[in-house]
Design a protein around this ligand. Structure first.
Ligand code: ADP
Ligand code: MG
Ligand code: ZN
Length: 492
């Protein structure tokens, strides 16, 4: 990708990108922000509307308490300070999908400020990306440009989305690379999903992101002029759009030009951005205080109630899995990427002899097979109890890892649970010490060089001998006994 690909890497390396993200998230309330209409994606167009969300004369908005609760929860989860008193404002502009002529939003007194999200920094530690503000607002309707027989000549309007409650989360310009932006968004989405305030579904538009980016010569203090990239509908595309945009801006500068402050649109098919409007054409929103809504007061009681409802957040869960269950940081990160997976894992880890072993079997054996088949965990023929059984049999040395793989192969092939396959096939195990010793002797005799190295101190070679004997036994040697006998033979 990259239309600006003519830039030499060493030229690009002389510049530092500066990125700030504005994220809009629809809240999962049953009804809209200021009226009783259903807040539901995918309904028949123009069925969930009323005088309030259409802004008909005389209609008055009434704030949805649940939207405030969700926004407060998100603010706390994002380490923001919640303002006791915030103010609603009208953001005025004309657009066909905005019949009211303004969106109710918050302007100079937002609900929450001064938060942060932690991302991993290039050096290996962590880095805080500041959150400037989090405010409540309402969504506009949707213009439908395609999908109708006469779409070539007409645009249709669906006003169901008018009045859907949103939070907008604005980051500080603290992000320095497209990868960091990707991680910020991944963390943000995880946190919001854990809080249950949004489904964060980018395809359905319940999470939308505008990316602001500028470049400056490395070491410079002042920021460069930024462009704002809109219309990007996946985190991967945001990363790609930022990569493109950074190269484009550097190219403009090194060829003697000046970066314009403008809004640009991402074109996913072409992998590039296009200018949409410059600053001169920019919306002049003219915010006014909203006279129909009183100041939003988040009382101390409301705030402490939200604090009580705050769930364990992804980062805390990751650390706890590592600390309390002995899960490796890598596995903990994968397990906590989804709250549903993390909860299922924790529930069943209680009956696992080794939670880390269970995690490995779950993620690599089962996860790998599911991924290859394009299935979700809920669609797995092997139950969580079956996976725990496999991990425990492995941990106890009752089956070898090769036998476990064969049992999982059979289970997935026949669509059966692990326990059923295990009971039927009861894999043979060689537990007869003398039979194993005979095999070990043969392997030792066939590999004198390795024996010499082992005895000279290279103890890790024990694994080589175990592997050879396991192979000779067609995977049927009892692993625990085999390990014990191999070391005894080599040391003796
Ligand atoms: P605007 O008024 O154009 O929306 P804001 O100051 O509100 O600009 O900032 C919007 C977003 O742009 C924020 O996320 C902020 O961090 C980011 N931002 C501001 N200045 C820059 C810059 N020079 N380069 C990159 N991002 C910036
Ligand atoms: Mg902006
Ligand atoms: Zn309504």
């Amino acid at each position: 990708m990259s239309a600006a690909a003519s830039l030499a890497p060493d030229v690009l390396a002389k510049y530092e990108p500066v990125i700030g993200l504005e994220v809009h998230v629809q809240l999962l309330t049953a009804t809209k922000a200021f009226c009783g209409c259903a807040n539901k994606f995918g309904a028949e167009p123009n069925t969930n509307i009323c005088p309030v969300c259409l802004g008909l004369p005389g209609a008055l908005p009434v704030l949805n308490a649940r939207a405030v609760e969700f926004a407060t929860l998100a603010s706390l989860a994002l380490n923001c300070t919640v303002n006791e008193r915030s103010i609603f404002a009208r953001k005025n502009y004309f657009y066909p999908d905005l019949p009211k002529g303004y969106q109710i939003s918050q302007y100079d007194r937002p609900l929450a400020e001064h938060g942060w999200i932690e991302v991993s920094s290039a050096g290996g530690g962590t880095k805080r990306i500041g959150i400037t503000r989090l405010h409540l607002e309402e969504d506009a309707g949707k213009s439908l440009h395609e999908g109708f027989p006469d779409s070539a000549t007409r645009t249709y309007l669906d006003l169901n989305r008018c009045g859907t409650p949103l939070i907008e989360i604005v980051s500080e310009p603290d992000i320095r690379t497209p990868d960091e932006a990707f991680e910020y968004l991944t963390r943000l989405k995880e946190i919001l999903l854990y809080c249950g305030v949004s489904d964060c579904n980018m395809e359905e538009g319940s999470l939308r992101c505008d990316a602001n980016v500028s470049v400056r010569p490395k070491g410079a203090e002042r920021f460069g002029t930024k462009a704002e990239v809109k219309n990007v509908n996946s985190f991967r595309f945001i990363r790609a759009a930022l990569e493109y945009e950074i190269e484009r801006q550097v190219e403009v500068i090194v060829s003697g030009g000046r970066v314009l402050q403008e809004t640009r649109l991402w074109n996913a098919n072409e992998g590039r951005t296009y200018s949409m409007r410059s600053k001169e054409q920019a919306h002049d929103y003219r915010y006014f205080p909203e006279p129909d809504l009183p100041p939003l007061i988040v009382s101390a009681e409301l705030l402490s109630e939200a604090r009580r409802k705050l769930p364990e957040l992804p980062e805390a869960k990751r650390l706890r899995l590592v600390r309390e269950l002995g899960i490796s940081p890598g596995n903990a990160a994968i397990l906590t990427a989804s709250l549903a997976l993390a909860s299922r894992f924790e529930e069943y880890a209680k009956s696992a002899r080794s939670p880390e072993r269970f995690a490995n079997v779950l993620l690599s054996e089962v996860g790998g097979r599911l991924k290859a088949l394009g299935l979700e965990l809920e669609q797995s023929p092997v139950s969580m109890a079956g996976i725990v059984l496999a991990a425990n049999l492995l941990e106890e040395g009752k089956i070898s890892s090769k036998q476990m793989k064969q049992l999982f192969d059979a289970a997935f092939e026949k669509g059966e649970d692990f326990a059923a396959v295990y009971e039927r096939e009861k894999p043979q195990q060689v537990t007869d010490a003398s039979a194993l010793e005979k095999m070990i002797d043969e392997v030792i005799a066939a590999n004198p060089k390795q024996v010499e190295q082992y005895r000279a101190g290279k103890k890790t070679l024990a694994g080589f001998f175990v592997g050879q004997v396991m192979r000779a036994s067609k995977g049927q040697a009892n692993p625990a006994l085999l390990n014990e006998l191999v070391t005894k033979k080599l040391d003796g």
